[in-house]
Design a binder for this molecule. Sequence first.
Ligand SMILES: [Zn+2]
Length: 402
Amino acid sequence: MIRFFLLFLFTTTLFSAEVHRDRWLNGETYLVFLEKNSLPIRPLYYNLDKDDQRLTEEMRSGVHYQILRDTNNTIEQVLLPLNDELQIHIYKRHNEYKFEAIPIISSTKTEAFSAKVVSSPNYTIMKYTGSKKLAQIFTANFRNSLNFKNDIRKGDDLVMIYKQKYRLGEIFSMPILQVAMIEMRHKKHYIYLNDDDRYYDEKGHEVEGFLLARPVRGARISSYFTKRRYHPILHKWKAHLGIDYAARRGTPIVAAGSGTIVWAARMGSYGNLVKIRHADGYETRYAHMKSFRRGIRRGKRVKKGQTIGYVGTTGRSTGPHLHFELRKHGRAINPLRVVQVTTKKLKGKEFKAFVKLKKNYDESVTLHLKNETKFKRRVKMPNKCYIHSLKCVTDEAAKPNN
Ligand SMILES: [Zn+2]
């Protein structure tokens, strides 16, 4: 039986305990955080298994976390969000501090707005919404298919429909673009998020993004990327922030993209690890290697497809495989969204399904255009945050998917 906790919403006090909301500082590490708050390092770090220890490295600067203290100013609970789905929960029970990883409960809303183009889409979206994130996801997705410089006309239409996560009334995590339309020289251009998690234009051609090669040729994927998953045997929440490619020992591993090697040495549970820095803040990681290829060392530039090492099982690994990670500005993202050899063109059944999806999207876009849907600014609730009460109840949203 799995324990779950009821989330409580409250202002500043709960049973005369106090909640502090703070930001994770740049360069702050989990160990420094424990020390700073006089939390015991042994039960909360050294006694954890390797996976949980690795999770503690996922804290990112700028993330809001919560600390609940009792009237004596003693820490009762801490919530440290690791990504948009999983968080570390530190809590006191029988005078001992415990560590667990638990899901973050959030709700998702579909939102939309239409706007008249003022100048660049970036400027226009900022002006209408004040949201850097919305401007970012719009331009990032159209960047390789449209030339905004020459073809922008004042007064043209722009529509965005996206999904936004909320955590008790507050915006949380990056919005996910569902469909976007921009008119240029009286022609409407669209991108759609398809069921396969990739973006396509109105003809079903994939919109080119950051292209990565498969790091091991012909290998089977033995474990997929997940920000949270429930381990049925260990009865614990875990994350797998990469893709595992099962392959025989000694199989060549190639650079998934061109870039500069920033690490080629052992690193804890990763075993023999290569990190490559690419353009635009991307980084790829190749773990558990048997050995590196000769000449592969820090500072060396490599081309996409170039062999960098060989599949092995060094570090924390149960058999020969490549653990492959993709990070953007340090944050782990699903490599399958970008790993591809060429851009895809939807055909047959896939195309039929896409056309259906597109039809629904197009109808929404037309509706938002007609209604001139305005961007709704959310009311911030700065004094409200949540923490787990120790009362045990089950929560539908938090149930593991078995
Ligand atoms: Zn792995």
